[in-house]
Design a binder for this molecule. Sequence first.
Ligand code: HEM
Length: 178
Amino acid sequence: MKGIIFSEFLTLVEDKFGLDICQQILDDNNDTGAYTSVGTYDHLALVKLIVSLSKLTGISVEQLQEVYGKSIFINLYQSMPGLEGKTKSTFEFVKSVEEYIHIEVKKLYHNAMPPEFIFISETKAQLVMDYHSARCLSHVCLGLLHGCAEHFNEKIHIDMDPLNPQESEVRFCLTLGE
Ligand code: HEM
């Protein structure tokens, strides 16, 4: 997984929990923390850091993934030039993630493996899509979707429903609110 995902995580941990906790989760995993944004690393290293942080803070792994996803949305958004103004709503943006952004990510880094979204149905008020990824980071996905809705200034209620026990396939139902 691309280093930007790791470096953003470590920055967030440092900001929210302080340098000591950040160092401790790295030490617990014999991890040097030397991630560069263009490097590629095993995604399990990130999962391990999140598990350590969960043990230290008592906050669930799912909750930590969600907060992390929400907070990195804007950094990912700003990391790709030309996105500003291209889409006007959360639904439009999420479709462009599958149809354009993650495709560009794969072109830029041939070893990147972003998740796949399969769109099931769409009305003005509701978008239903399935998240597919062997990395099983659907709670990061939930956070990113919340971050996206916040960016477009929209109130969106999100339900998630695992489609298999390992949660590599999860159905997301996004409903536009008032
Ligand atoms: C609503 C917006 C977005 C959602 C829901 C989303 C979802 C995700 C998720 C859940 C992952 C973690 C890996 C996995 O689950 O398999 C991921 C990875 C990634 N995403 Fe997105 N994403 C969004 C927007 C963006 C944007 C704007 C960029 C801009 C460059 C981006 C670039 C990436 C990159 C580089 C990775 C790592 C891929 C890898 O190294 O294999 N994403 N995305």
